[in-house]
Design a protein around this ligand. Structure first.
Ligand code: MSP
Length: 507
């Protein structure tokens, strides 16, 4: 039976257009989904939109639209962005989807019946912008939320609460595993929320209407987080008549990866495992909580007004270039800067100078010295570059399997540098002058083989350029996968065109 892999992004709020921070998470997920497919996994990749809540209700009112009219328009811009960035998901779930609404009501009723949800009076501080109840650690003395810099409001009303406190021991045990990464985030959750004693969570509201009604008490709207978190299973058919996807992808032996930004780690590492545990479903294998894209020292966010519009960026640069920067330059365990200067610099150094140059030098030499087609040649197994090529595949896989995409890509870039150095060392032009054609053929065959490796390992990232890259090495419509790449007995065709890939960006 095929192995299965399930990967999700957060479902984004349609309270405005998406910015480069959102594309970060989606690109990570997309690259992982594509990598797993190359490894013969059956993959399900989920993304979507989180459409309920007070903030959306307010935004719609400002524009004189019904909430549904308002979100329908914004969701189109989400889908357009994912298409332009070549993000290929299997389902785009909207929390206004009929099947999701029904399933969320079922989940709520089930938890209520098990007495894991109870009616109470709650008093606390609430951040409308983040749809989050805040603890004192999350605010300054004037109650300004340290993430979005909005002032939290006083909140007191009748609400249903989730008995989070009952799960103290369960969470302490869960946090002994490596379910949440990186380690720093794990410690933060333990220190700020778990070890200080877990508090019950308000999960319904009566002060606004735009949300899923509680069946048992329609004065109450199911508050965004139970609604939102449930999307990961309702998208697979939880609570519907057809649960085949759920049985396949949320199964014990299915690999489940959830990727989120650090500000919503609390919901995904504390409340979500509690809900899953209550429903008798497994906890995801990994919650990868990445850092922020910052700009001028602050998180890039709509409410701070320091955002970069990815659509504008994609008018100027290719999706491959944007995807490359995200994966290569923004390691998930830290915050990362996004500036156009850094973006251009990284493109020019890595894609134009290192890889692009290598590709065009080698294909030009194959055309010039062998009329576009190298005679078949067994290369020496002990050649150091052949060995480095093979090791690169192993190291790349090792990092990718740990979801460390940024380190994986560094291995590929190193191989490309080695190839460029190999050209300088072996001097193919001199071999040609001395008429050492057999040796020349061997050098170019080794380079060609390694460029195929480089291109293939970059395939999940450079989705648009991949076929041109291998075409430039004489491969067209060939099945390349992790098995065939090691054997490398491809059917090469004559290289005719001199393609220019990754042309330097002038700044
Ligand atoms: N709707 C909730 C998520 C519910 S998931 C069950 C939400 N939506 S959001 O629109 O605010 O998107 C948050 C996500 O966008 C973050 O978790 C992160 O994945 C991404 N990012 C938004 N701004 C970001 C940066 N500046 N940097 C990196 N990622 C950020 O929260």
């Amino acid at each position: 039976m095929k192995k299965t892999f399930y990967v999700s992004t957060p479902i984004y709020y349609p309270s405005g257009k998406l910015h480069i921070g959102h594309t970060y998470t989606s690109t990570l997920a997309d690259v992982m989904a594509r990598y797993k497919k190359e490894n013969f996994y059956d993959v399900f990749f989920l993304t979507g939109s989180d459409e309920h809540g007070q903030k959306i209700e307010q935004k719609a009112k400002e524009q004189n639209k019904s909430p549904k009219e308002y979100v329908d328009e914004i969701v189109l811009t989400f889908k357009d962005l994912w298409e332009k960035l070549d993000i290929k998901y299997d389902r785009f779930i909207r929390t206004t989807d009929e099947d999701h609404i029904k399933a969320v009501q079922k989940i709520f009723s089930f938890l209520l019946e098990k007495d894991l949800i109870f009616l109470s009076d709650y008093k606390g501080k609430y951040c409308i912008s983040c749809e989050e109840f805040l603890t004192f650690e999350q605010m300054d003395k004037d109650f300004v939320h340290n993430v979005c810099k909005n002032t939290a409001i006083d909140f007191q009303e009748e609400t249903y609460m989730l008995r989070v406190s009952k799960f103290q021991k369960y969470l302490q045990d869960l946090f002994k595993t490596d379910f949440l990464e990186p380690e720093s985030r794990k410690n933060e959750m333990l220190n700020s929320f778990i070890n200080t004693g877990l508090e019950d969570l308000s999960v319904t509201r009566v002060s606004f209407k735009w949300g899923i009604p509680v069946l048992e008490n329609d004065k109450h709207i199911i508050y965004v987080w139970i609604d939102a978190l449930s999307n990961y299973i309702t998208a697979l058919g939880y609570g519907s008549d057809n649960t085949s996807l759920l049985e396949k992808f949320w199964a014990k032996d299915s690999e489940i990866l959830q990727i989120v930004g650090k500000e919503i780690t609390r919901f995904h590492s504390i409340y979500w495992p509690i809900i899953l545990n209550s429903l008798n479903l497994k906890t995801p294998d990994k919650l990868l909580s990445h850092g922020w894209i910052i700009s001028g020292g602050n998180k890039m966010s709509k409410s701070l007004g320091n955002v970069i519009d990815p659509i504008e960026l994609l008018k100027k640069y290719s999706s491959d270039a944007v995807r490359f920067y995200i994966i290569n330059n923004l390691p998930t365990d830290k915050d990362g800067e996004w500036t156009e200067e850094l973006f251009i610099e990284s493109f020019n150094i890595n894609l134009a100078n290192n890889i692009g140059n290598l590709l065009s030098r080698v294909s030009n030499m194959i055309i010039k010295y062998f009329d576009g087609l190298l005679p078949k040649k067994e290369v020496a197994k002990n050649n150091y570059l052949v060995k480095i090529g093979e090791e690169t595949i192993v190291n790349y896989k090792k990092f990718m399997d740990k979801y460390d995409m940024s380190s994986a890509i560094k291995e590929v870039l190193k191989l490309s540098q080695e190839c460029n150095k190999f050209i300088e060392d072996t001097k193919p032009w001199a071999l040609e002058k001395e008429n050492k054609l057999d040796e020349l053929n061997e050098v170019l065959t080794i380079l060609q083989k390694n460029i195929i490796i480089i291109s293939y390992l970059l395939k999940p990232i450079l989705t648009k350029s991949f076929s041109s890259m291998i075409e430039q090495m004489g491969l067209k419509h060939q099945e390349i996968n992790f098995d065939s790449i090691e054997k490398n007995n491809f059917n090469y065709k004559k290289i005719i065109d001199k393609l220019v890939l990754f042309e330097r960006i002038k700044n």
